[in-house]
Design a protein around this ligand. Structure first.
Ligand SMILES: Cc1cc2nc3c(=O)[nH]c(=O)nc-3n(C[C@H](O)[C@H](O)[C@H](O)COP(=O)(O)O)c2cc1C
Ligand SMILES: CCCCCCC(=O)C(=O)O
Length: 377
């Protein structure tokens, strides 16, 4: 099924056959179903957010507050085409799988199941530095389907260069540099449990197979010397340009000033994101930051968005406010927990299907037709 297939197509394609009842097509309800199957450690790591959770709630509330204004009799195409090209990557709809580490917490096959599902639907997969499977394993599972690489910029530049080389050699076309997690946020659910997957050796697969880790006595301690990197600054970006010949996107931009700086530093794109509320509790909702940033950078940068996308209607709202495409986070992991590869495929197909139907019923044939006028509030 393609993104543009209409609702009857979803039924006719038998897409719902064989799914478990927990894999509801109400994507916003998946979290509750996933809570029942995740282990206490996985639940504590994946679902909650930083601090009191106020930013994570604000992300959802910002989507709730904005309403779509459906338009009538606009001659919407019977077969819509949602496909687009973002930073040289063709995709069936303006949706990507957000980079998420330690996916074996949700399902034993972890990233391998997710990348296979993304490949089956054609949605680009963003491989995390903090993944539980390394570049080579993910590339073998994902085949030729589009993949990007997300960098946590390590303190050791040799390791950084080895990551960039391996990412390129294994077919990752765009570099996403996450800026908002130079330290882990204050996450009470993990702190109270005294649990961090990385300290148990999960989520450091890319490091373990890096050349400088060979023969190291205590790889976790070695890793711990490389991950926290709060000293990172704008001056560290040219080094990436020197070692990466494709597009570079900065993830975690939440202010118009930083968006302008990204453009001035020759970046290709940004992800407006507060990391799903997992980092700065009390930060503004990512959706509230989006329109001002999109207006400030105009055509100088490709503006992407994540944090709080749960439904196809949410995708419509983010696109209307200036995002060229959205990255979807936790719902993918909920699908993974509930059904492995099939669960992730279910989530992605539902998201694309609901996006298509919502667009059409709102009077639009293609995502590019959306603008602020599509929304009220
Ligand atoms: C369990 C988990 C692990 C994550 N790991 C990473 C990561 O390794 N790199 C990264 O840039 N973002 C990571 N993120 C953040 C996501 O990329 C994305 O910004 C966030 O999940 C979007 O919010 P949402 O979950 O509300 O969709 C992670 C998110 C979750 C839930
Ligand atoms: C490399 C260690 C930190 C990874 C943090 C993963 C992440 O982004 C998240 O949990 O959120």
């Amino acid at each position: 099924m393609n993104a543009g297939d209409h609702q009857l197509g979803i039924y006719l394609a038998g897409m719902l056959e064989g799914r478990t009842p927990e894999l509801t097509t109400d994507l916003a309800a998946l979290e509750n179903a996933a809570r029942k199957v995740l282990s206490p450690e996985a639940l504590g790591y994946i679902v909650p957010s930083a601090g009191s959770g106020s930013t994570a709630r604000a992300n959802l509330e910002a989507f709730e507050r904005r309403r779509i204004v459906p338009r009538m009799l606009r001659g919407v195409e019977r077969q819509r085409d949602l496909s687009c090209e973002v930073l040289g990557t063709r995709m069936p709809a303006p949706v990507l799988v957000a980079p998420m580490g330690v996916q074996t917490l949700a399902h034993e096959e972890g990233e391998l199941a997710t990348v296979r599902a993304a490949a089956a639907v054609g949605v680009p997969y963003v491989h995390s530095t903090a993944a539980a499977h390394d570049f080579e394993q993910v590339a073998a599972a994902g085949g030729d389907a589009p993949r990007w690489y997300q960098l946590y910029y390590p303190t050791d530049r040799d390791v950084c260069v080895s990551f960039l080389r391996r990412a390129r050699a294994t077919g990752h076309s765009v570099l996403v540099v996450t800026l908002d997690t130079t330290l882990l946020g204050w996450r009470p659910a993990d702190l109270d449990r005294g649990y961090l997957p990385f300290l148990a050796g999960t989520g450091i697969a890319n490091y373990l197979s890096a050349p400088s880790f060979a023969g190291v006595d205590n790889p976790v301690t070695h890793w711990a010397g490389m991950f926290p990197n709060p000293g990172l600054s704008w001056d560290d970006l040219p080094f990436l340009r020197d070692h990466w010949d494709g597009p570079i996107v900065l993830k975690g931009i939440m202010s118009t000033e930083d968006a302008r700086l990204a453009a001035e530093h020759g970046m290709d794109g940004i992800v407006v994101s507060n990391h799903g509320g997992r980092q700065v509790d009390g930060a503004l909702a990512a959706l509230d930051a989006l329109p001002g940033i999109a207006e400030a950078v105009g055509d100088r940068l490709t503006v992407l968005f994540d944090s709080g996308v749960r439904t196809g209607a949410d995708v419509v709202k983010a696109l209307a406010l200036g995002a060229k495409a959205v990255l979807v986070g936790r719902p993918v992991l909920y699908g993974l927990a509930l059904g492995g590869q099939a669960g992730v495929e279910h989530v992605l197909r539902c998201l694309l299907g609901e996006l298509d139907i919502t667009l059409a019923l709102s009077g639009y044939s293609a995502p590019g037709e959306l603008g602020p006028g599509a929304l009220a509030g």
